[in-house]
Design a protein around this ligand. Structure first.
Ligand code: GLU
Length: 271
C-alpha cells in the first residue's frame, strides 16, 4: 500500500516536472496555467504565416484558436508544427490543440479527437499555366506535396503512375515547381491558392478545375479529452451563430484578398 502511494507520488512529480497535460482534462489545465498552446502552420498563408511587419504568426487558423483562448480568458501561445509533426506534438503534450489545416479522417480519429468542421476545401493541383487540363496530363509525372498529409495519400491513389515527392512542407514543394523539378504541387485548394496568391509571379501559375478529394478541417485535441472537445465545439458553433466565423472567413478569403474563395460550408454540430 505504502509502496503504491510512493509510486503514485513519483508519477505525479514526474508529470509535473515534464509539464505534460494529462490527456483527461486540458480544459482545467489550460485555465490553471493561464495559456492555451496551439500548434499552427507558420508558412501557409492565409492559415498560419509570419506577418512581415509584426513578425507574429497570423491567419485563419490563428483567429480560431485566438477566439477559443479569449473565451477561456487565457493567453494564446503559438507553436509551429508541420503536417507530420502535429499529431505527435499533441499526443506528447507539447501543444494543447492543433489548428493547422488538418483534415478530419477516420484513421486520424483513432489517435486524436476532432472538433466539428470549421473549414471545408478539396484537394487540387497547382501547375504552370497551360500545362495541365485533366488528370491524365499528370500521368507518369513528378508531383510535389508534404509529408504526413492526406494529399500525399490521395494523389498516390488518384495517379498511381506519378512519382510523389514529399517535402517537409508545401513552400518547398512550390519552390520545386518554380524550379521545374516537379510538374505540379498537390494539396488543398485553399493552401494552393494561398501560395499562388503570395507569389510575385502568380499569373504564371494556375489551379485547374481537377479535384481529387474533399478535405473538411477540424481542430485536433487529445483522445478522450471530452470537456475540452465540448468547450471547443460549443465555441465554434457560437462563432457561427454570432457571425464571427463568417467574418474570419471574409477577412482571409473574401473578395478583397489575394485568395478569394466561396464559403461553401457552415459550422454545425453534426459535421
Ligand atoms: N488538409 C490536409 C491534411 O490534413 C492537407 C494539408 C496539410 O498537410 O495540412 O493532411
Amino acid at each position: 500500500m505504502r509502496r503504491f502511494a510512493i509510486l503514485l507520488l513519483v508519477m505525479a512529480v514526474v508529470g509535473m516536472v515534464c509539464g505534460k497535460a494529462a490527456a483527461g482534462d486540458t480544459l482545467a489545465e489550460v485555465k490553471k496555467k493561464g495559456v492555451l498552446v496551439a500548434g499552427v502552420k507558420d508558412s501557409l498563408p492565409p492559415f498560419g504565416y509570419v506577418d512581415e511587419k509584426t513578425r507574429q504568426i497570423i491567419g485563419y487558423d490563428v483567429d480560431f484558436v485566438k477566439a477559443i483562448a479569449d473565451k477561456l480568458g487565457v493567453k494564446l501561445e503559438l507553436k509551429p508544427v508541420t503536417s507530420a509533426s502535429r499529431m505527435p506534438q499533441l499526443i506528447e503534450g507539447n501543444i494543447d490543440i492543433i489548428a493547422a489545416t488538418m483534415t478530419k479522417t477516420p484513421e486520424r480519429a483513432q489517435q486524436i479527437d476532432f472538433s466539428v468542421m470549421y473549414f471545408f476545401t478539396g484537394q487540387k493541383f497547382l501547375v504552370k499555366k497551360g500545362t495541365v487540363k485533366t488528370l491524365a496530363d499528370l500521368e507518369g509525372k513528378k508531383i510535389g506535396t508534404a509529408k504526413g498529409s492526406t494529399s500525399e495519400q490521395n494523389v498516390a491513389k488518384a495517379i498511381p503512375t506519378a512519382t510523389i515527392l514529399s517535402f517537409d512542407d508545401y513552400p518547398q514543394a512550390f519552390l520545386a515547381l518554380q524550379q521545374g523539378k516537379v510538374a505540379a504541387v498537390t494539396t488543398d485548394e485553399s493552401i494552393l491558392a494561398g501560395m499562388r496568391g503570395k507569389a510575385p509571379n502568380r499569373d504564371d501559375y494556375e489551379i485547374p478545375d481537377i479535384q481529387i478529394s474533399d478535405e473538411p478541417y477540424g481542430l485536433g485535441m487529445r483522445k478522450g479529452d471530452k470537456a475540452f472537445v465540448d468547450f471547443v465545439n460549443a465555441t465554434l458553433i457560437e462563432m457561427e451563430q454570432t457571425g464571427k466565423a463568417a467574418e474570419i472567413f471574409t477577412k482571409w478569403f473574401g473578395p478583397d484578398t489575394t485568395t478569394p474563395l466561396k464559403r461553401n460550408f457552415t459550422i454545425t454540430a453534426d459535421k
